[in-house]
Design a protein around this ligand. Structure first.
Ligand SMILES: C=C(O[C@@H]1C=C(C(=O)O)C=C[C@H]1O)C(=O)O
Length: 379
């Protein structure tokens, strides 16, 4: 580099630093305004997530960007990232308490990760929350005496036993709810032991989400809906979407969404491990999609094996669903064995047609994910 080039670059880079610093101050200002919005919502009991406002704002900013020669997608990406930050900041203000005369909330399994998350959200909404874990059963009678809600979030394998053996003496009008990732069996158990309001919930996300905004919570109604409607309203204020489902339909979907998904990921990791793959080498040659795939697989093995065993072993029928997959895999493998390129292309087109409009939609969604993966690289 010549001295002139170095000097020119330095000057321009100083100017860019100045602009970035202005951006920082603007971000500070935006975060402060969002915090004020949070306080107003808290007072009025409005949900943290306002999809119409977001859509209108994004459309307007995209238009304005285009008018001054900026790619609309750039401002959309930036704003979406900022809105994610908003949800976290609004959360800190707390939430309106929908039901003020509830009495205690007892979280059975309250020291687990999901139990802690729900405890925190209920606390931020003004409820008195107590946790009851394995070693605390001797206190259960006093804790349950004035409980308005008992929320069960213990490992799937012991959920029904805990419900049957420990929760048969709740106050008559106490709401009994669970957060288990299967719904039929726990719901049946809760209906059997308790004659008051009963509801099954399944948060479709892990405990590491920073906020409930845009997350889905599945609800399987048990009995006395009017008595626990406030709880669903409370969850909506946290920003989540409530999806109502029959327990059987939910459980069937979980065979694919959870058992099959996690089992395939497990086998993928098992295969890499048994083949003794040189990961350094793979990472060096990774395309963005492969890097993303490795991230998805690798993250499984950074978590608790018990949790995944619970999910995969939760329903016997998952075995059949996974066996079907194996049969399809074996069939498809024959296509390679026979070097039958035409059949491969024919089958590819069939599946592509079957996906229909979703295929291009998924391509667009994955494009921005892949770009984010690339952005994370530092060399
Ligand atoms: C700040 C608000 O809350 C959320 C965050 C938004 C933002 O950061 O611009 C917009 C809409 C809401 O989902 C709001 O409602 O205006």
């Amino acid at each position: 580099m010549t001295e002139k080039t170095t000097e020119e670059l330095e000057q321009l880079r100083d100017l860019i630093d100045g602009v970035d610093q202005q951006l920082l101050h603007l971000l500070r200002k935006r975060l402060d305004l969002v915090a004020q919005v949070g306080a107003v919502k808290h007072g009025a009991g409005l949900p943290i997530y306002a999809p119409e406002r977001e859509a209108a704002m994004l459309a307007k900013r995209r238009e304005e960007a285009e008018a001054i020669g900026i790619q609309p997608q750039l401002i959309e990406d930036v704003l979406r990232r900022l809105m994610r930050e908003s949800y976290l900041n609004e959360k800190d203000v707390g939430f309106k308490q929908v039901r003020e005369d509830l009495g205690k909330v007892v979280i059975v399994g309250g020291n687990g990760q999901l139990g802690r998350l729900f405890g925190q959200m209920l606390n931020l909404s003004g409820y008195q929350v107590v946790s009851l874990d394995k070693d605390d059963w001797h206190q259960s009678e006093t804790l349950f005496a004035d409980a308005g809600l008992v929320l069960v979030t213990v490992p799937i394998g012991v959920t029904c036993d805990v419900i049957r053996e420990k929760l048969s003496n709740l106050p008559a009008d106490c709401i009994l709810a669970d957060l288990t990732s299967i719904k039929s069996a726990p719901l049946d158990a809760m209906m059997t032991v308790h004659s008051g309001p009963v509801v099954g919930l399944h948060p479709m996300f892990g405990p590491d989400v920073g906020s409930f905004a845009k997350q889905v919570v599945v609800v399987c109604h048990g009995r006395g809906e009017g008595k626990y409607q406030w709880l669903l309203e409370q969850i909506k204020i946290w920003g989540a979407r409530i999806v109502e489902a029959e327990a059987e339909r939910h459980d069937k979907a979980m065979q694919l969404v959870q058992a099959m998904r996690h089992f395939c990921t497990f086998v993928y990791g098992l295969n890499l491990c048994r083949e003794g793959v040189d990961m350094e080498n793979l990472l060096l040659f990774s395309s963005p999609i492969y890097r993303l795939e490795l991230a998805m697989v690798g993250r499984l093995f950074a978590q608790n094996p018990e949790l995944y065993a619970d999910i995969i072993f939760a329903q016997r029928d998952s075995f059949n669903v996974i066996s079907d997959y194996l049969a399809n895999f074996t069939d498809a493998l024959k296509v390679i064995e026979n070097q039958d390129r035409d059949t491969f292309i024919k089958q590819f087109n069939e599946v592509s047609q079957w996906f229909g409009e979703l295929a291009p939609q998924f391509r667009n969604e994955s494009r921005s994910m892949l770009q984010s993966v690339n952005d994370l690289k530092s060399h």
